[in-house]
Ligand binder design. Structure first.
Ligand code: ATP
Ligand code: MG
Length: 397
């Protein structure tokens, strides 16, 4: 936090092959959601042009970008034209097909690299990579049929969680199995041919480490962020997390080692479960800025999005120091709009409250529409502030 030194060190001074992409150049972004939007805001602030590519139009990223291309990720001709028109490519969404990244990579640099994307976009590959490299993960089994699921349930016990191997986010494609008789329905429910059964972790809390690595091997992290979820969706995040020094240093060290091992260039997030003994289990890796890192946007000297811009363009990383002792963030889902226009004036009852909306016009339930942050001296107080602000948004009549 405020007193913590900027955590940065050089590990590979020879890796200087990547050229610097100067302001005025164009950064291509695959994906067009809120992560791309906040990335685009930071990139444009630094004088870069942004060109987003996704299947949609009038997107959160497109509204802020210089150019918005609507195209299918597997339309490789369109991907080629896009890649030729930009100076470097990054992504805000890890479910971009590998062939898309490979095609783009023929015409310009892509950061982070396609191989980390390939590993992390599939839960099975990610878990196999982590466990075979000695990182702590929940017990898991590969599931391709009801027979394999029944065997896996009897081995891992109940409760356990069935997750699709690919394309899951915000708890979508997950089903909890409370008894062996739930198996059939759970498999039908996730509707995918490949799945992973995970042993249920009776965690004490969830935390994440958002970090960044540059092409020169500089590494920087934002410390340990504590997260609470509702219905498998992130609800509130805050720093500093209430964890021991040992837990803090283990979590940040795992993040550093992983970033190094992936030869990662960009912003990366590692989500963990923390057990009652303060042991860490990696839940998943996000090869991009992460929802829990939204509390860096404003309250930190360099946001997680600016780090992504810097790393993508071959610039040095910035300071990850927070300018306040404590920061909290609460997500605003579409549910907040259910009783009419949120009461923005009410929510801004305290000068430390800030809101950030993503430009989405259709506030469906569970859809991430924006977030609220508050920074101050005391962690309990700022968490209270964001929760209270969110409550005040909702009309009571
Ligand atoms: P996101 O994209 O928001 O991270 P996701 O769809 O990738 O979500 P996970 O991170 O796998 O989903 O799970 C979402 C939440 O569900 C976790 O943060 C945790 O609260 C709960 N959860 C997932 N797996 C387990 C587990 N094995 N044991 C206990 N709780 C779990
Ligand atoms: Mg998750």
């Amino acid at each position: 936090m405020g007193t913590e030194p900027f955590n940065s060190f050089l590990v590979n001074r020879d890796n200087l092959s990547m050229k610097v992409i100067h302001p005025g150049s164009t950064i291509g972004v695959f994906g067009s959601g809120q992560l791309g939007r906040m990335f685009a805001i930071e990139a444009r602030k630094m004088g870069y042009r942004v060109h987003t590519f996704s299947p949609d139009t009038d997107t959160p990223t497109g509204q802020v970008a210089d150019v918005e291309t609507s195209g299918d990720y597997v339309d490789l001709e369109k991907v080629e034209t896009f890649a030729k028109s930009v100076d470097v490519v990054t992504f805000e969404f890890e479910n971009v097909p590998s062939s898309t990244i490979e095609t783009a990579g023929k015409f310009c640099e892509v950061h982070p690299n396609g191989s980390v994307l390939h590993t992390t976009q599939n839960r099975l590959r990610e878990k196999q990579f982590l466990s075979s490299n000695g990182y702590p993960v929940a017990p898991f089994r590969h599931v391709r049929s009801i027979e394999e699921l029944r065997d896996a349930v009897s081995e891992l016990g109940c409760p356990s969680i069935l997750k699709t191997a690919g394309f899951g986010y915000d708890g979508k494609g997950q089903s909890k199995i409370n008894s062996p008789s739930d198996a059939e329905e759970a498999l039908a429910g996730i509707g995918d041919s490949e799945a992973v059964l995970e042993g249920f972790i009776d965690f004490e809390k969830e935390v994440s480490v958002v970090c960044a690595r540059s092409n020169k091997g500089e590494f920087a992290h934002y410390g340990v962020i504590e997260n609470s979820h509702l219905d498998h969706i992130l609800d509130v995040s805050f720093v500093p997390a209430a964890v021991s020094e040992r837990c803090y240093s283990e979590a940040t060290e795992i993040a550093r080692t992983l970033a190094e091992q992936f030869n990662y260039v960009g912003t990366l997030c590692i989500e963990f479960f923390v057990t009652s003994d303060e042991d860490l289990i990696i839940n998943e890796i996000a090869p991009r800025p992460h929802n829990s890192g939204h509390l860096t946007f404003g309250p930190a000297i360099t946001s997680q999005f600016e780090q992504q811009v810097r790393a993508t363009c071959g610039l040095p990383l910035g300071s990850t120091e927070f300018t306040s002792a404590a920061v909290a963030m609460a997500n605003l889902l579409g549910d907040v709009w259910a009783s009419g226009e949120p009461l923005w004036t009410e929510a801004l009852f305290d000068q430390r409250i800030k809101f950030h909306l993503y430009g989405k016009t259709n506030p469906r339930p569970k859809r991430k529409m924006g977030h609220i942050t508050a920074a101050g001296n005391d962690v309990k107080e700022v968490v209270e502030l964001v929760r209270n602000a969110r409550k005040r948004l909702i009309p009571t009549t």
